[in-house]
Design a protein around this ligand. Structure first.
Ligand code: NAD
Length: 372
């Protein structure tokens, strides 16, 4: 088996380390930064604090970023980067803000709208502004990935763009920034971490270093997610979930995600189910579909985590979702036959091809019928 491994992001992990932004900018020789942040942090004082601590290094701010960021928000951010002659970008927030900032930092170097690269196959140039990614959810792992997931609401399209120019120069993972996450966000983003670990592991593109990351990250989620959900101030649980999130990011960025992420895109686009919750919804189902692939390597995964087998792990995923009030079905949507057909059709996203078992329309129908 041949495999290549690359991880170009320098990682700084620990409480309070968000204060290191100014030093990192100096180390990169940068002087004019833009803080692109989730709007929440412009209301709770964190954005002001970070701008103040930067002692003039952060000269601009952009906060018009929605969950599942739109291509037009990326274009607006890129325009400010060009106008203000910005030379580095700090991306503060969950995956939505980090992805918007990552895409803007690359698009700003072109005269183009990011739409030109969104699901079109056109490759972004390698030149991009340096990025310091600071996640506030645990989470997407976007701080260490070469992916930006964007939505084009006008054209009803949600799709990842993959580009080497999206790797941040630095990721600062400061667990204190996640304490303000409400339980519902903790639950959804935390189940996303588990999806990254499992899908990175069973992806057809799996490889040994990412496998090891996946096992480690999934173990932490089973141990700490419910604690973080129950008690937002549980410092140990928050720190361990941040560790799980960044390591799960390393687990999937090269092998890529698979079936649960493919199905999450229509569930989010059409039914507004938050990203992590949408991924988690189908995770136990696909664990059972994939359980016996490649000489039982998914069974090995489950056993390494202390489960008897994949079925027991899938039951545990289902229970975890239920305990945290996440969706385990789609009953409340009263889906019609036509809507089920549409879900099946749009679930054929390219990520589905990374799944180790070929996912047919029959499997997708069984999945969605079982949730109806
Ligand atoms: P998010 O960034 O959309 O944030 C969800 C909600 O949580 C928002 O309302 C936000 O304001 C709030 N929030 C975030 N941090 C908070 C905090 N510390 N305190 C209080 N509120 C907080 O959520 P997410 O799950 O981190 O990101 C989802 C997006 O990331 C989706 O678009 C998804 O497709 C994408 N994604 C990207 C990658 C990647 O590698 N680039 C991987 C997985 C998912």
């Amino acid at each position: 088996m041949n495999w290549d491994y690359l991880q170009p992001v320098k990682i700084r992990f620990g409480k309070g380390r968000v204060s290191e932004i100014k030093d990192l900018a100096e180390a990169m020789g940068c002087k004019r930064g833009l803080l692109a942040a989730d709007p929440f942090f412009f209301t709770n004082g964190l954005a002001d604090r970070i701008i103040g601590d930067s002692k003039g290094t952060l000269v601009g701010a952009f906060g018009k970023i929605s969950p599942n960021p739109d291509v037009e928000e990326v274009d607006a951010c890129a325009e400010i980067i060009r106008q203000e002659k910005i030379d580095f970008v700090v991306a503060l927030g969950g995956g939505s803000s980090m992805d918007c900032a990552k895409a803007a930092a690359a698009a700003a170097m072109t005269g183009d709208s990011i739409r030109e690269y969104h699901g079109t196959g056109k490759v972004l140039p390698k030149t991009h502004l340096p990025i310091i990614a600071v996640p506030t959810t645990a989470g997407t792992g976007s701080e260490v990935t070469c992916v930006a997931v964007l939505t084009d609401h006008k054209n009803q399209k949600k799709s990842p763009i993959v580009s080497d120019s999206f790797y941040p120069s630095y990721a600062i993972i400061d667990p204190e920034l996640t304490y303000t996450m409400p339980p519902k966000v903790t639950a959804g983003t935390g189940i996303d971490v588990l999806s990254h670990a499992l899908e990175g592991y069973w992806s057809r593109g799996h490889q040994p270093i990412c496998d090891a990351c996946a096992v480690h990250a999934a173990g932490l989620v089973f141990q700490y997610l419910y604690r973080a959900y129950q008690n937002p101030e549980d410092e140990e649980a928050r720190e361990k979930m941040c560790e799980a999130s960044v390591i799960a990011g390393l687990a999937f960025t090269l092998p890529k995600t698979t079936s649960s992420h493919a199905c999450s895109f229509p569930l989010t686009n059409l039914y507004h189910i938050p990203h992590g919750e949408a991924c988690g919804l189908t995770l136990d189902y696909f664990a059972r579909v994939n359980k016996d692939v490649e000489n039982g390597r998914v069974q090995d995964f489950a056993r390494k985590l202390g489960f008897q087998d994949v079925d027991e792990m899938a039951d545990a995923i289902h229970d975890l979702k239920e305990k945290m009030g996440l969706r385990t079905d789609l009953k409340d949507l009263n889906l019609t036959d036509e809507q089920i057909d549409e879900l099946i059709r749009i679930s054929h996203h390219p990520n589905l091809e990374n799944n180790p078992v070929k996912i047919t329309d029959e499997i997708l129908r069984d999945l969605y019928e079982s949730m109806r």
